[in-house]
Ligand binder design. Structure first.
Ligand SMILES: [Zn+2]
Length: 168
């Protein structure tokens, strides 16, 4: 008898006032930012042609499957929207090429990989400057771009990722 596939349950929570929330996990990632006429667009660092649409989740698609395309993220593949489990891993993975880092909420099917998650859906939750990588010369430009992006994507521009706490 074939084993029945268990689809992950979508977790939503209804709060007083009638707003329904989808529950996800927090990941950290980096973006390139394209600015044109004062409008900032977040772009994937790896899939550089892929832009993130403000106000809408990114839905994962497998770019490698060819004929044998499968729902993403699949096991044994590299597909899915990536989120690192730690902000420091995003600093290490993208030390120079990117302008902005941030928190993403990931949900739907989520597969673990060595450094975090590959998810079916993702949406930015906060943006911050990659402080360990920002030079004093580029700080003002960085700040300006970060503000434009935070406004456009309607997310807070925070001082640091929430996963960092002061070490005493
Ligand atoms: Zn795939």
């Amino acid at each position: 008898m074939p084993r029945r596939r268990t689809e992950p349950e979508r977790r939503t929570i209804m709060l007083p006032g009638g707003t329904e929330y989808v529950e996800g996990v927090v990941g950290y990632r980096a973006w390139g930012v394209h600015v044109e006429s004062g409008v900032a667009t977040l772009r994937s660092v790896v899939m550089t042609k892929h832009s993130w649409t403000p106000g809408a989740p990114v839905v994962a698609e497998c770019a490698w499957g060819g004929e044998a395309r499968h729902p993403a993220p699949a096991s044994g593949c590299d597909c899915g929207v990536f989120g690192f489990s730690l902000a420091s891993l995003a600093y290490q993975a993208f030390p120079e090429r990117t302008t902005l880092h941030g928190e993403v909420i990931l949900w739907g099917t989520i597969r673990l990989h060595e450094f975090g998650y590959r998810a079916e859906y993702a949406i930015p939750a906060a943006l911050y400057l990659p402080e360990p990588l920002v030079s004093s010369e580029s700080r003002a430009a960085h700040q300006r771009i970060a503000s434009l992006a935070a406004d456009r994507y309607d997310v807070p521009l925070v001082q640091r990722p929430r996963g960092l706490v002061a070490y005493r």
